[in-house]
Design a protein. Sequence first.
Length: 209
Amino acid sequence: MILDDISLKLQAGKAKEVKVLVQQAIDEGVPVEDILNKGLLHGMGIVGEKFKNNEVFVPEVLVSARAMNIGASLLKPLMAEAGVEAKGKAILGTVKGDLHDIGKNLVKMMLEGKGLEVIDLGTDVSPEAFVQAAKDNNCSIICCSALLTTTMGVMADVVKAFEDAGMRDQVKIMIGGAPVTEAFCQQIGADIYTPDATSCANAAVSLCN
């Protein structure tokens, strides 16, 4: 079955082959949603689980994510026509003062791998920028990353910024990063702490549902 082939080639990180197979599936009239869900997202989901279980590592995830993005780029124009909606939207950024983005980029891939639209604000993002992005994009999931103990305190400022804007009850604030813990999450009044990119994506999807 061509969808199984797409999933397997994606797991192996064979971007060129994924591209050919996706185009072939389109030409054969396979529904766009099936190519996305049963092919690309299915494969990326398996990669995510393997990553969580330490069976594959960051380089493999990056290669598979690249293959997924190349396949998805062929589907994007068709998805709009077919009325395939993203499952939800999330705003993502590394907090102010922190320039680390490897973890954030992994989270982005896992979120996209679950079919969510991601608004990536990059690194060194101020609390006000998170609030503004939530307003501009009508988005209720905020994902904050920090790798330094010195910057994780800014996550508390993000929570406070949403309180000050009168939007705290409209958003779910998810936090993660090496120094971050469940206890810290509760201490600052954030909603969800996840220890890795796969758990973050799963939690975000359940929020959208």
